[in-house]
Ligand binder design. Structure first.
Ligand SMILES: NC(=O)c1ccc[n+]([C@@H]2O[C@H](COP(=O)([O-])OP(=O)(O)OC[C@H]3O[C@@H](n4cnc5c(N)ncnc54)[C@H](O)[C@@H]3O)[C@@H](O)[C@H]2O)c1
Length: 407
């Protein structure tokens, strides 16, 4: 099949590489540097499997800036452009998805558009009403950054949503099966569960799945706060709790809060989608993340003050080791440590930031350095959302809540 993909980010590029094993795939972006990198066989994002597939596999992949041509030639257009939630306007910005929809309808109105970007519940119904000539499907994406292609080679499930209100709904049900079959064909695992449902239900799956993940992070963070406030060993409590097989010993490692590109915006979006229904938990999940960051910032501030008053350092230097959310990630979109930095800066505590992925020498008024040895030398206390063996020789300076040394 001839496929076009809008967006060469984590979602778009991993799908492009995945599907280009068996199909001709044009992959489009608006950033020329990303397309240039792809043309020379390099990945614009850090992802071991994507880098390996680009270098060593036979792929029918055409990186291009010419969106109009790519969409005109495609039977299916997969949309993987960014979406964002604006907490001030209580509004989920889907304008980059709509830009692509407009272009597809101009250049190839019969193409099936599969939306992979995360959207609010009801978005596809709205698009179907606004563009009755458009053929839309929604397929939630469940990959993790840094493991994007791996997660698509080993999908936990494939879900495709069909807008029941579309004049093409019976044709789209067939196309939904076709799209699911493309993903299945490219995956390495057999018997991946495939669910075809209404688009609105598929949108809800994505937001409820991410909100559950945020709940789980918040729950173990709250357990950790409780333990720290009472002088208890959180790791022992977590181990004891997790050995109940109904709870499990996975995804339970405390942190400074949930963060990254998806969980903060998707929980807030679900809360906005839930305004008119009776609920307590979703709002509490959003609130719990703020409370956790307040607690962590207070703990750090206490340690800085202790250093000052003990005479160990007259003006202690507080360092932040990495701005990334996860140890394998190469970006720091909405990472929780940024919330800690902001709170500490409001308390008048500046930071020295070690972040080799940041070109600038400054981050929100804080000095940034890329030399690890001098960072370790200059800091009296080092704040790290995730532990790294890089810090082993200065372990006594490190403040982290990464109890199990994993994400
Ligand atoms: N990153 C994740 O872990 C993840 C997981 C599941 C779902 N999602 C969702 O998928 C969507 C994309 O996420 P991402 O992480 O891949 O984003 P990203 O920011 O990494 O990549 C998006 C790409 O789209 C490009 N783009 C913007 N406007 C465009 C246009 N009009 N035409 C073509 N390209 C355009 C951008 O330049 C960028 O390269 C978001 O809605 C996100 O919530 C992300």
């Amino acid at each position: 099949m001839s496929i076009a993909i809008a967006g060469t980010g984590y979602v778009g590029l991993s799908l492009a590489v995945l599907l280009a094993q068996h199909n001709e795939v044009s992959v489009v972006d608006v950033v020329p540097e990303k397309i240039e990198m792809l043309k020379s066989g390099k990945s614009p994002i850090a992802d071991e499997e994507i880098e390996d597939y680009l270098a060593h596999r036979q792929l029918r992949l055409i990186p291009t800036l010419d969106a109009r041509k790519a969409y005109a030639d495609a039977e299916m257009v997969i949309i993987a452009t960014p979406t964002d939630y604006d907490p001030d306007k209580l509004f989920f910005d889907t304008s980059h998805v709509e830009e692509v929809v407009d272009l597809v309808l101009e250049s190839n109105p019969e193409a099936v558009m599969v939306i992979k970007s995360t959207v609010p519940v009801g978005c596809i119904r709205g698009l179907t009403e606004r563009y009755p000539e458009g053929r839309f499907l929604f397929s939630p994406e469940f990959l993790r950054e840094g493991r994007a292609l791996y997660d698509n080679l080993h999908p936990s499930r494939i879900i495709v949503g069909v807008p029941s209100e579309s004049p093409f709904s019976s044709e789209l049900r067939v196309q939904a099966r076709r799209f699911a079959a493309l993903l299945e064909e490219a995956a390495l695992d057999e018997a991946t569960p495939v669910l075809i449902m209404r688009a609105t239900e598929a949108e809800a799956v994505k937001l409820f799945a991410n909100t559950y993940l945020a709940l789980r992070v918040s729950y173990f963070n709250e357990l950790d706060t409780y333990a720290a406030a009472n002088g208890l060993d959180a790791s022992r409590i977590i181990e004891g709790v997790g050995l109940d097989p109904r709870i499990g010993s996975h995804y339970n490692n405390p942190s400074f809060g949930y963060g990254g590109y998806c969980l903060p915006k998707d929980t807030k979006q679900l809360l906005a989608n839930s305004r008119s229904i009776p609920q307590d938990i979703i709002g509490a999940i959003v609130e719990a993340n703020r409370t956790r960051k307040d607690f962590i910032a207070d703990e750090i501030s206490l340690r800085v003050n202790e250093l000052m008053h003990s005479g160990a350092a007259s003006r202690p230097v507080m360092g932040v080791y990495r701005l990334t959310m996860k140890s394998e990630s190469d970006n720091f979109r909405s990472s929780s440590v940024q919330g800690i930095l902001r709170r500490l800066s409001e308390k008048g505590i500046p930071a020295l930031v070690y972040e080799p992925a940041l070109a600038s020498g400054e981050f929100f008024g804080n000095e940034v350095i890329r030399d690890l040895a001098s960072f370790k030398e200059r800091c009296d206390i080092i704040v790290a959302n995730r532990w790294s063996d890089d810090l082993a020789d200065v372990a006594d300076k490190v403040y982290t809540r990464d109890l199990f040394k994993r994400d």
